[in-house]
Ligand binder design. Structure first.
Ligand SMILES: Cc1cc2nc3c(=O)[nH]c(=O)nc-3n(C[C@H](O)[C@H](O)[C@H](O)COP(=O)(O)OP(=O)(O)OC[C@H]3O[C@@H](n4cnc5c(N)ncnc54)[C@H](O)[C@@H]3O)c2cc1C
Length: 527
């Protein structure tokens, strides 16, 4: 089979669908191909557990994409015309600590501050000040995310021009751990801040993670852990609706295995089954760069790119367990038991740091100082039958638990039993009789499900300072243009990395539209 389109897109994650959507808005015909049975990558909602029980396969929280002009300005009408809407749950978080204490974060900032004051008056004041200070610079940091690398000053340059630039430049290069220890004194508050900063799965003792101590708290306090009504996949439904209305095609169950090169230029892709998709103008890939380099001869990439990809750290793998339950986990707090769409257990900050470093270095762990429990049905009962909930438990762990990645198939159920026993110390109601369905995904299963999540690491690669900005995925190749002419890269392996931000997708569209001789500001706001 041979298909020809203006632009061929390899992979249908939310980022590449966003790139395609802007291209179709500009009048280009797009043909999109994905390995999975349905489009969406890590933004899908599937009946994984039982009928009528809609579970987010990967992502649940869509806070970060709210500030993308795609959603903020509804540039393509996904909200107005394609049924996308968001719910902002309150409470924002309920986080338990090893000694049985728990902290509730509310959308009402003053209520959160009062909650923190139960542990430390001083830290309560610091928390309010931290949020105020973040207001000073958040738009500067945001600008850097929603434009391609090199399309304006860097975040560091923008911060330099800020009246308190010296303070912010130091903070940006510190580790989140060091920022938290410098600002906060009380162990529960330090643990809470560390747990929040760890949400993007970057070890918080890494240089250059300092702003995570501000960014995630700032976003959550402003609008909660926003979830799409109906599930993560509703973002994809809206994008697919837009794309098909604009003439794009999406072919699933097709694994791309080869780039077609002619005269040194990428002119298409070939699937494992031998189907060819040929592009009149360009090929856009969201294939992980670790795989992409094997899809063309080594000499086509050049030494710099190949070295950059060889030394690229794939990031911290996830381990996920999904439950259908008859009750939401109810955490014990000082004023009764409480459930929350986003909840979890935070170990002491030193344990969080040690554990993330261990996992990042490839070591198996049986302790869970970062345990996230998502129950979206609390705010969105449409996802499951009355009287039931969907619960997703996410932790970090090694791709190889010892004895090879396949050993996960033998030990993953016992691993979850251990995690559940630990969780029940804080949410005692989640007993076995409340669990009516269960599915476990080890890092290997996550990779099996989505080949873009190499080693089960979901964010397209570590987002430490070595692999960010102009260095993502490789120094010199951060502008979505790949070393092979005609080939563009988007998705989590490009700036500013993974999570549901849509930023790599929109940024790639800007670069490609310009290369096609178009002015992107005809269809989008240039930040
Ligand atoms: C358990 C879990 C929970 C998560 N929770 C959150 C959360 O709450 N909030 C959040 O922001 N993020 C979360 N994430 C991370 C988030 O899902 C990813 O960062 C995000 O999906 C990355 O989007 P993307 O568009 O870059 O790529 P992906 O969503 O990974 O999509 C890439 C697509 O490319 C396709 N592909 C790759 N290679 C090929 C090939 N050779 N041929 C054909 N197709 C190919 C894949 O099939 C896939 O559909 C979570 C991830 C996991 C695993």
């Amino acid at each position: 089979m041979a298909t020809t389109a203006d632009v061929v897109i390899a992979g249908a994650g939310h980022n590449s669908l966003i790139t395609a959507a802007y291209l179709t808005a500009a009048g280009y015909e797009c043909a999109i191909v994905d390995a999975r049975p349905i489009p969406g990558g890590g933004a899908t909602t599937e009946e994984m557990l039982m009928d009528d029980m809609w579970v987010d396969t990967c992502s649940t929280g869509h806070t970060l994409i709210q500030v993308n002009p795609l959603i903020r300005l509804d540039e393509l009408g996904l909200v107005e015309r394609y049924g996308l809407s968001y719910i902002d749950p309150d409470p924002v978080e309920v986080v338990a600590f090893p000694d049985g204490e728990a902290l509730t974060m509310w959308l009402d900032r003053d209520k959160t501050v009062a909650e923190i004051a139960r542990f430390s008056e001083r830290d309560a004041g610091t928390y309010a000040q931290l949020l105020d200070e973040w207001e000073e610079v958040k738009s500067l940091v945001g600008q850097g995310r929603f434009r391609p690398v090199g399309y304006g000053p860097t975040t560091e340059e923008l911060l330099s021009d800020h009246p308190r630039g010296d303070v912010w430049r130091r903070r940006a290069l510190m580790s989140a751990r060091d920022v938290i220890l410098h600002e906060f004194e009380e162990s529960h508050i330090r643990a809470f801040m560390g747990w929040m900063a760890s949400q993007t799965a970057v070890p918080i003792d890494g240089a250059g993670t300092g702003l995570l101590a501000y960014q995630i708290i700032g976003g959550r306090q402003a609008r909660s852990w926003s979830i799409p009504a109906g599930g993560s996949g509703k973002l994809i439904d809206a994008l697919v609706g837009y794309l098909t209305d604009h003439g794009a095609t999406i072919d699933c169950n097709r694994v791309v295995s080869e780039l077609i090169l002619e005269g040194g230029r990428c002119v298409g892709i070939r699937t494992e089954a031998g189907d060819e998709y040929r592009a009149r103008h360009a090929v856009v890939s969201t294939i992980h760069v670790k795989h992409l380099v094997d899809m063309a001869p080594a000499e086509a990439w050049g030494e710099g790119f190949t070295y950059g990809v060889d030394t690229y750290h794939v990031g911290v793998p996830f381990f996920a367990a999904y439950f259908a339950t008859t009750e939401a986990p109810a955490f014990t707090t000082h004023d009764g038991s409480r459930s929350s769409v986003s909840a979890g257990v935070a170990g002491w900050i030193d344990d969080q740091v040690r554990n993330a470093r261990l996992v990042s270095d490839g070591h198996f762990t049986e302790t869970e100082p970062f345990l996230l429990v998502a129950t979206p049905t609390l705010a969105d009962p449409s996802r499951s039958p009355e009287g039931t909930h969907t619960v997703k438990m996410v932790t970090f762990n090694a791709y190889d638990p010892g004895g090879g990645p396949e050993r996960w198939d033998e030990i993953k159920d016992a691993h979850v039993d251990r995690q559940l026993a630990y969780l029940r110390r804080f949410a005692p109601n989640l007993t076995e009789d409340k669990i009516i369905g269960r599915l476990v995904k080890s890092p290997l299963d996550i990779e099996r499900n989505n080949r873009h999540m190499v080693h089960g690491a979901p964010h397209g690669g570590d987002r430490g300072i070595t692999f960010t900005g102009a260095h993502r995925p490789a120094p010199g190749w951060a502008q979505h243009r790949m070393p092979i002419e005609g080939l563009y890269q988007t998705g989590g392996t490009t700036h500013p990395g993974g999570s549901i931000t849509g930023a790599p997708g929109r940024n790639a569209a800007i670069v490609l539209l310009e290369d096609l001789g178009r002015d992107p500001s005809e269809i989008m706001e240039m930040v």
